[in-house]
Design a protein around this ligand. Structure first.
Ligand code: PRP
Length: 216
């Protein structure tokens, strides 16, 4: 094999990483070590293919890619929109499908119609701000939360929430519903802008092979 440098992948920890590993295996890229759930290791190497993989918190993946610490990242579209990092988004991986929505109790539907000042709780302040200010032209008070955002309207912190809806069961079990849809989401592959030039052959080959299995 010619003297290649390692291509480095940053994968968002959890289900997205598991799905990414499954997908990579379909194109012959394997990394057994990374599948060991008991390991505390953070970085995994496939010496033969000159690849390295590391697992990071989802919101940090675009940061590693922008700075070139990873050539390639796999992360949700929600994180890409929220983090606003410089990177090329090259592929929709088709898994992790869900929607970014404005949700709340039925009674809050009316509040979204008249440009009223309302409170919006969310883990995604950038996305929420963009939607309310630039799409709806509604002035809102955005309250950043770090999880269990559905609590917002239930405990009286906010009128509505902006959050991810996958099956809708969290909303249903808490007496809330989707009031407006902001955008569809899924896992995406992102690439560092310099790597895309310097390693274009290997990265384009990877994208082509992934597209082939995704199209099947
Ligand atoms: C996400 C999201 C919703 C839930 C949606 O939360 O924030 O709460 O999943 O899924 P569903 O429509 O299938 O019920 P996550 O489990 O990531 O935890 P979090 O509340 O701590 O963000």
């Amino acid at each position: 094999m010619k003297d290649e440098r390692y291509l480095v992948f940053a994968l968002g920890k959890g289900r997205l990483a598991d799905k990414t590993i499954e997908l990579m295996e379909k194109i012959g890229i394997t990394c057994e070590e990374i599948k060991d759930k008991n390991t505390r290791k953070l970085i995994f190497v496939n010496e033969e293919l000159k690849l390295k993989f590391f697992l990071a918190k989802g919101p940090d993946v675009p940061t590693y890619v922008e700075y070139g610490a990873a050539d390639i990242g796999v992360v949700g579209k929600d994180t890409i929109l929220e983090e606003q990092r410089r990177a090329y988004e090259v592929l929709d991986l088709g898994f992790g499908k869900c929607r970014m929505c404005v949700c709340g109790p039925e009674s809050a539907q009316e509040l979204l119609k008249h440009h009223e000042m309302i409170r919006v709780a969310t883990k995604y302040p950038v996305i929420a701000k963009d939607y309310f200010y630039n799409v709806k032209h509604q002035t809102v008070d955005i309250i950043k939360l770090n999880g269990s955002v559905e609590l917002g309207p239930i405990v009286g912190l906010s009128d509505v929430i902006v959050d991810i809806v996958e099956t809708g069961s969290t909303l249903k079990e808490n007496g809330l519903k989707v009031l407006e849809e902001i955008c569809p989401l899924s896992a995406r592959m992102i690439v560092n802008q310099v790597s895309m030039q310097m390693e274009s052959e290997r990265i384009n080959d990877l994208i082509t092979r992934l597209k082939e299995v995704l199209d099947k």
